[in-house]
Design a protein around this ligand. Structure first.
Ligand SMILES: Cc1cc2nc3c(=O)[nH]c(=O)nc-3n(C[C@H](O)[C@H](O)[C@H](O)COP(=O)(O)OP(=O)(O)OC[C@H]3O[C@@H](n4cnc5c(N)ncnc54)[C@H](O)[C@@H]3O)c2cc1C
Length: 388
């Protein structure tokens, strides 16, 4: 009979793949299940903030070498441009279909048994012995289970709502007219329109990513049709209209996502598995920090696991670390949708956007890379011999 696995991971996005790589590096037997069979486009603005870039580099994934384009400044627009400001860090942009595949490849090279095309349907058990039921009807057991299924909740393990639950997301790639592509180079643009907002940036290889959020009510008013949603945003923003003049849509249909619990942070109990990435906290998209949080949760969990810290303690620490940025970003996101006129104040203080960008990410002293990782957030009695 095969020995029980140390670890099963559900989901091979940034959180699951990064965690698998690190746990395999600790000598654990790890099996990771990813429901997609091959690389595909994902719902994401594809902005990588500095922390995400550094976490990926620590895993051996060099975004620049993969063709990422630099993003050095942010522009806020409604009908017309309201404010512009350099970012307080260097961001990068690259399609998720490239990054996620490299991360899964790294996991496999590190010794993770990566199983593609199989969904985890259910997880039962308790710390010490977990059992998962898979879409092909088989089961696997392991001593520890990590849920990193992103936007998708497993049956019986649904996240409660966040504090902004009424937004629906659309993503479309465009080939912009040459002049507009040139004007967008190096910028991430945040465009406000009645009932929602959108992020626009180049995503490498001659295409721009428009990721758009609007309320369910506005979506109903648009007849739940992508062409009318886009027309609504374009009619409300002369800036967006100019950007998209002569642009070609590169997908036949947008990627869509509903029921996003922005502002959610998981507080778990002693009997729960480990939750990572979007399963642990959901940061409003305009911050471009969701992937950094996913990677941060993986680094924090891997460190906790190595030190023998429980899932419950890890989860409580992560929730505490993310409390301020997630709350602050969600309050801003609500304002952007319900009181967009407040954003006009940024005309007077454009530099405030750099301050907002700093306050809506994982605080640097909590990062598990650089100098800060030397001070552990875990109780000292959990330290292992040889810890730094
Ligand atoms: C509109 C929008 C724009 C965004 N823009 C940005 C941005 O610009 N920058 C940024 O950093 N973040 C952004 N985010 C957030 C970011 O996409 C997420 O925070 C990030 O992808 C979370 O990573 P994850 O690994 O937790 O989950 P995911 O990336 O969602 O990965 C989960 C993986 O699990 C797999 N899976 C799901 N269910 C199962 C199952 N049952 N069994 C097996 N596999 C399963 C999925 O196929 C997927 O590969 C945006 C989000 C939205 C909605």
């Amino acid at each position: 009979m095969r020995a029980m696995l140390d670890v099963i991971i559900a989901g091979g996005g940034p959180a699951g793949a990064a965690l698998g790589t690190m746990l395999a590096g600790q000598g654990r037997s790890v099996m990771l299940f990813e429901k997609t069979t091959a690389a595909q486009d994902k719902m994401c603005g594809e902005f990588f903030s500095e922390e995400g870039v550094r976490y990926l580099a620590a895993l051996g994934v060099d975004l620049r070498a993969l063709g990422a384009v630099p993003i050095g400044a942010v522009r806020l627009a409604a009908r017309e441009v309201l404010a512009e400001c350099p970012l307080p860090f260097a961001g990068l942009s690259l399609p998720r279909r490239i990054v996620d595949e490299h991360l899964l490849q790294r996991a496999a090279e590190s010794g993770v048994a990566v199983v593609r095309g199989t969904s985890v349907e259910q997880l039962t058990g308790a710390p010490g012995e977990w059992s998962i039921r898979l879409s092909d009807g088989t089961e696997e057991t392991a001593k520890d289970a990590f849920l990193a299924t992103g936007k998708h909740d497993l049956r019986g393990r649904k996240r409660t709502g966040g504090s902004q639950n009424d937004l629906v997301a659309f993503k479309m790639y465009f080939r912009l007219a040459a002049e507009q592509e040139e004007r967008l180079r190096d910028w991430v643009e945040l465009i406000l329109f009645p009932g929602g907002y959108a992020g626009l940036q180049l995503a490498g290889s001659g295409c721009a990513n428009l990721s758009l959020l609007l309320t369910k009510k506005s979506l109903r008013d648009c007849g739940a049709e992508w062409s009318r949603v886009l027309a609504h945003a374009v009619v409300s923003s002369a800036h967006l209209e100019r950007r998209l003049a002569g642009a070609v849509q590169l997908r036949s249909r947008p990627i869509t996502l509903s029921s996003i619990p922005y502002g959610y942070r998981r507080i778990s109990s002693e009997t729960e598995p480990w939750y990572l990435g979007d399963q642990s906290a959901v940061m409003p998209s305009f911050t471009g920090d969701g992937m950094s949080i996913a990677l941060h949760s993986a680094f924090l969990a891997a460190d906790a696991y190595r030190r023998g810290v429980t899932a419950h303690t890890y989860q409580a620490i992560l929730a505490r670390q993310l409390k301020r940025p997630v709350r602050f970003a969600t309050a801003l996101s609500r304002c952007m949708v319900s009181m967009p006129v407040l954003a006009h104040a940024l005309r007077l203080y454009p530099g405030a956007m750099a301050w907002i960008a700093s306050w809506t990410r994982v605080p640097s002293h909590f990062l598990k890379i650089g100098d800060s990782h030397r001070s552990s957030p875990y109780p000292s009695f959990h330290r292992c011999a040889g810890d730094i």
